[in-house]
Ligand binder design. Sequence first.
Ligand SMILES: NC(=O)c1ccc[n+]([C@@H]2O[C@H](COP(=O)([O-])OP(=O)(O)OC[C@H]3O[C@@H](n4cnc5c(N)ncnc54)[C@H](O)[C@@H]3O)[C@@H](O)[C@H]2O)c1
Length: 434
Amino acid sequence: MKQSLLDKIASKDARIGIVGLGYVGLPLMLRFAEVGYKVLGFDIDTSKVDALMAGRSYIEHISADSIASARQQGFEATTDFSRAGEADTLILCVPTPLNKYREPDLSYVLNTIDALVPYLRKGHLVSLESTTYPGTTDEELLPRIESRGFKVGEDVFLVFSPEREDPGNPNFTTRTIPKVCGGVTPACLETGVALYSAVIDKVVPVSSTRAAEMTKLLENIHRAVNIGLVNEMKIVADKMNIDIFEVIRAAATKPFGFVPYYPGPGLGGHCIPIDPFYLTWKAREYGLHTRFIELAGEVNSGMPDWVVGKVAAALNTRKKSINGSKVLVLGIAYKKNVDDMRESPSVFLMEKLRDLGAEVAYSDPHVPVFPKMREHHFDLSSVALTAESLASYDCVLLATDHDRFDYELIKQNAKLIVDSRGRYQQPFDHLVKA
Ligand SMILES: NC(=O)c1ccc[n+]([C@@H]2O[C@H](COP(=O)([O-])OP(=O)(O)OC[C@H]3O[C@@H](n4cnc5c(N)ncnc54)[C@H](O)[C@@H]3O)[C@@H](O)[C@H]2O)c1
């Protein structure tokens, strides 16, 4: 089994199945197609499948042209999981959010594997890419696969290989970001390394699926904790009347032992605010508390309130209150130069300002209309930034510093600017750093 799978991968005859065609699955599909593999994509969202089959993209930084050329290369998308047997690999890229108790919600992963298991066959390679706690692959996927009578490592191969992506960063591509891979058995690892080495420059094998799962969590916890640290430093520096961004720029000139992280109005995105709590939950099973994770979460989730306090203080200097003021929030994606709004702190800011009585508007060149979100609703479209529109607001809150904003225009025309991103380095009269 193993050798025939390895041969198919080497000759590019292997058909690559990717389950979940979102921010992770779609770029991976494009990379396999680019190298010459035929890809069969699965998703439960009919509108996405229809868009892809028509050669359209639904992610801003993925072009329709690239989808169309993948289609020419044999890429197909489907909602029909009974076609899983047509693929040689099944790479799972489905969401792993938290539930309302901030505990891991594995339902997407489990629904996916349950939908695939009836169609598994000998020779399949299953790879889980979704970020999750150590033990998910061997505690949840392995028994479900073996329930069909397959022996993992002989009949079916199972690996965990976490996705690493930095959407909007032009310096890295799927191909050039090294990929970690851990297998349930040495044969599983061998097939996983062969698969990813076909499309990725550097594959980093680790000894187990648990080591691979923990690697991804360490990476994201490292970011969450360091961002929590600089956010706390920002609050302290602000009270001392020191510009934290100037301090970070200066510290970053140290050529060793310092890694710059930048404070902001809170944490956003599908990964950093969520993934660390997968470990927190699992650690409890071992009687352990993840204190750094909890502390960073506390600091980071308090940042929108701190920024709102800055807006209130700034308006106060103009003898105004938040209640009744017109506030324009600049940037509602969770980070610069992307259109992804998941967990965006800008949305929390908008809600808090609205709840305090502000008339809230937003401008974001990447998000023309406020999208339908499960827990948030604003019936708003992006305000075009002109001298007149800027001057009509009591306060402009810079929440996400997209490069496409005209910062000089904003500076010249806004009455009051609260900058939570350190974009304006030099002070001026109507600027408040937050
Ligand atoms: N977005 C990132 O930058 C990033 C980076 C690294 C890791 N990750 C991890 O990758 C995983 C996927 O994240 P994403 O950002 O691609 O999510 P996403 O929401 O963009 O995409 C997930 C896709 O899976 C589909 N889906 C949901 N349930 C399904 C099911 N049962 N069967 C088939 N398809 C299903 C959804 O319709 C959606 O298209 C998560 O675990 C995330 O933590 C994301």
